[in-house]
Design a protein around this ligand. Sequence first.
Ligand SMILES: NCc1[nH]cc(CCC(=O)O)c1CC(=O)O
Ligand SMILES: [Mg+2]
Length: 351
Amino acid sequence: MEARRADHHHVAATSQEEQAPARVTRHVRPRRNRRADWVRRLVREHELSPSDLIWPFFVTEGKGVREPVASMPSVFRHSIDEAVKAVKEAAGLGVPAVAVFPYTTASLRDERGSEALNADNLVCRTVRAIKDAVPEIGIITDVALDPYTSHGHDGLIRDGCILNDETVEVLARQAQVQAEAGADVVAPSDMMDGRVAAIREALEECGLHETQIMSYTAKYASGYYGPFRDAIGSASALRGDKRTYQMDPANSDEAIREAELDIAEGADMLMVKPGMPYLDILRRLKDTFAMPTFAYQVSGEYAMLAAAFQNGWLDHDRIVLETLTCFKRAGADGILTYFALDAARLLNDRT
Ligand SMILES: NCc1[nH]cc(CCC(=O)O)c1CC(=O)O
Ligand SMILES: [Mg+2]
């Protein structure tokens, strides 16, 4: 009778059969599984851990240098000795891998990005120093010419066009130089066609069978890379934009086609970039290919959040863990994030 009264607006629902589903529905309370910490932990679908994090960091020449990056509060360009200290800390916090990006002074930049092939360049020296001091951590190097070109593009240019096949040849040699210095994973971020196959071929030819390739598979022509270009000193150098090689933010099917190619060409891991605005792409790639799939929470995403933290508009600890957990929920096996050390500290303190 109680039930009938509550349902009085369902005038047509007179028979027992018609009322039953309504009563059952009323007794279903999703909040039961949220009522205490113990049960929330029991039903939790995804758990963020320090093992999910990759720390991207910037290196610069010198000794004892920690130079702030203006558009990325609390991010620094480290000299190699300082980078080694920070990477040691990352390893101690349980972060499995780091990704190194060089700040290159204007005097070392040229039209062809020749410094990329110097076996003694800043990146190679950093890799050797880390391998020596922190052998247990994985090192990822970026394969692209933009830190080394005077025009700030990722490839070679002729008559205003980014040349694909000529660039790919240089990238394959760049990857080889990095792998010979000790990089565990080479990560082509240039978006030239066919570069994964060319890099794989070059690595195999010199016996570097174990060097992995993490391909920036779906890398979009995004405005979110601005602060990164400040950090590596290519913002003022860059002429034009990267829309003839990086993907259109309006496209999703195209990411599937890019991933098919990268997998066929020998990529060991895929990556989507930027991160948070592209979680739909991440989910599609993970569901379609079941490959180890990573997301890059890029410099502009970091800058937005850091600015809000500085203003007291968002809570740092809470938001850092929430955003990174969202990447896991969307299918990421791991996340490249400038918050990696902060997040690892928070996760370690929690347990
Ligand atoms: N090929 C270079 C490269 N590798 C990683 C980033 C961006 C990373 C970030 O914004 O945090 C970029 C910038 C770009 O493509 O212009
Ligand atoms: Mg491609």
